[in-house]
Design a protein around this ligand. Structure first.
Ligand SMILES: C[S@@+](CC[C@H](N)C(=O)[O-])C[C@H]1O[C@@H](n2cnc3c(N)ncnc32)[C@H](O)[C@@H]1O
Length: 399
C-alpha cells in the first residue's frame, strides 16, 4: 500500500468510498449520498488551505483517503486541524486507517499543525479505539447532538497535541498495553472455544479424569502454550502427570524439539479419585502409559533445593523457559525467584491456587504472591480459568 497526494482523477473513488458510509449511520453525519460535482469545490479548497489530501492506494486502486481541515475559523485556532479518514469497506480492519493516521500525526508539526482533532460518533467504537490506540484522548463530548433516523447520537471529539505531550504519550502507552492485554485475554477465551470442537478436547478430558486435579480448560491451555511457545517448558509440582502429559502432547504436536522438565518430590496423597501411595512412581508410570516419557525430564526433588535448581539449569543449558506450570505449594514467589532468570520475556505462566472459596490454606498466600508480582509489573495477567488457575505472561526482569 502506498500513500500519495490525491489528484482530481481520484475524486469519483473518494466520493464512492464516502457514500458507502452514509447508510451505515456510523461514520458521517451526512444523511444522503453526495456527487462528484458537489464535492469538486471542497476538493479544490484543500490546495488553497495548503493542507494535504491523501489517498491510500493498493495495486493501483484507491482504497482509503484522509483529509485535513481547519477546526474553527478564528485565527487563534489556526494550528488546530480536524482530520477525517474513510476506508473502503473491503479493506477495513487491515490497518489502512491506522497507516494514514500515523502519517498524519508524523507530518502534522511540519505542516504547522499544533493539534489534531477527530469528530467521531459516540457509537463508532472501532474509530474511537483506533484514535485512542494512536494517542488521541477524549477532549469533548456532545450528548445526543446528531439525529440519525430518529435516534439521538453523541459526538466525541478526540484530540492530540502535535507533537504529543509527554503525559499523553505515557497515558497512551499504558492504554495500548491495556488494549493489548484485553485483546490477548479475549483471544485466549476464543481459542478455548475453538478447542472444544477439536479431537484434542476429548483426549484431554480422558487425561484429566485419570491423572489431573486441574480443570479441563487449564489442561487445554497448557497443551496450547506448550505447542506454540518457542522455548522450553518447566513444570513445578507434577503430581501424577496430568499437566505434564498435556504439555507433552503440545510439544509433540508442535513438531519442534522442546525440553519439558517436570519437578516432583513424590510422597503419598489421599484423594478419592487420584489417591496414590507413591506419587513419583505413578508419575513415571503414567508418562510411560501415554508414551511421552522420552519427551519429559523428570526431576525428583523440591523446587527450591539447590540440587533441583542445578538439575534444571543443567537440563536447560543456555536455553530459556517459554512456559511455566506452577502448581506445587503456596510459595509461588519463592519458586518464581528460583527460576526467573531462565524465563524468556513473555514466557507463558500457568499458576494454580489463585482463587478459591472456603478454606484452602494455599490460596491466600499464593494469591498475595501473584498480586504483588503483578503490581510490580513482573506478571501480566490474561485471565483466570478452571477452578483456581491464574494465566498470564512474564513481563521480564527489567522493570
Ligand atoms: C496439586 S498437585 C499438582 C497437580 C497437577 N498439576 C495436576 O495436573 O494434577 C501439587 C504437587 O506439587 C508437589 N510439590 C509440593 N511442593 C513442591 C515443591 N516445593 N517442589 C516441587 N513440587 C512440589 C506435590 O508433591 C504435589 O504432587
Amino acid at each position: 500500500m502506498i500513500i500519495r497526494d490525491a489528484v482530481e482523477a481520484d475524486l469519483p473513488t473518494i466520493v464512492e468510498i464516502y457514500n458507502a458510509t452514509v447508510p451505515t449511520r456510523m461514520v458521517t453525519a451526512e444523511l444522503e449520498p453526495t456527487t462528484v460535482e458537489a464535492r469538486l469545490p471542497w476538493f479544490r479548497e484543500h490546495s488553497s488551505e495548503h493542507y494535504p489530501f491523501w489517498v491510500a492506494e493498493s495495486e493501483g486502486r484507491v482504497i482509503a483517503w484522509l483529509d485535513f481541515k481547519r477546526f474553527l475559523p478564528r485565527s487563534a485556532y489556526r494550528g488546530t486541524v480536524e482530520i477525517s479518514v474513510y476506508v473502503d469497506e473491503e479493506f477495513r480492519r487491515r490497518g489502512v486507517g491506522q497507516r494514514l493516521l500515523e502519517q498524519a500525526i508524523a507530518r502534522a508539526p511540519s505542516l504547522g499543525i499544533t493539534a489534531l482533532v477527530g469528530l467521531i460518533f459516540g457509537h463508532n467504537e472501532p474509530s474511537l479505539k483506533l484514535f485512542q490506540s494512536l494517542g488521541f484522548e477524549r477532549w469533548g463530548f456532545f450528548p445526543g447532538v446528531a439525529q440519525l433516523d430518529g435516534v439521538e447520537r453523541d459526538l466525541v471529539v478526540m484530540g492530540q497535541h502535535c507533537p504529543p505531550r509527554a503525559t499523553a504519550i505515557a497515558r497512551s502507552l499504558v492504554q495500548s498495553r491495556i488494549n493489548n492485554q484485553f485483546n490477548d485475554s479475549q483471544s485466549l477465551m476464543y481459542l478455548l472455544m475453538q478447542y472444544r470442537h477439536e479431537p484434542i478436547h476429548s483426549k484431554m478430558l480422558k487425561i484429566r479424569d485419570k491423572y489431573s486435579m486441574l480443570h479441563l480448560d487449564v489442561l487445554i491451555l497448557i497443551y496450547h502454550f506448550a505447542k506454540i511457545c518457542s522455548d522450553n517448558i518447566l513444570e513445578i509440582g507434577a503430581f501424577v502427570g496430568g499437566a505434564t502429559i498435556a504439555a507433552a502432547f503440545g510439544v509433540r504436536d508442535s513438531g519442534t524439539p522442546k525440553k519439558l522438565i517436570a519437578i516432583e518430590p513424590g510422597g503419598s496423597v489421599k484423594h478419592k479419585r487420584l489417591g496414590t501411595r507413591n506419587i513419583f512412581r505413578d508419575l513415571e508410570r503414567n508418562l510411560a502409559r501415554q508414551r511421552v516419557s522420552e519427551l519429559v525430564t523428570t526431576i525428583k526433588g523440591r523446587s527450591f533445593d539447590p540440587a533441583t535448581i542445578s538439575a534444571v539449569n543443567e537440563t536447560l543449558g543456555a536455553d530459556k523457559v517459554g512456559l511455566l506450570i506452577l502448581d506445587a505449594d503456596a510459595a509461588k514467589r519463592r519458586d518464581i525467584e528460583c527460576y526467573c532468570d531462565r524465563f524468556a520475556d513473555g514466557c507463558w505462566m500457568v499458576i494454580d491456587d489463585y482463587y478459591g472459596i472456603g478454606t484452602n490454606a494455599k490460596i491466600t498466600p499464593s494469591r498475595a504472591d501473584v498480586e504483588a508480582l503483578t503490581a510490580a509489573g513482573y506478571l501480566q495477567p490474561l485471565g483466570f480459568y478452571g477452578w483456581s488457575t491464574w494465566v498470564g505472561r512474564w513481563g521480564g526482569l527489567q522493570r
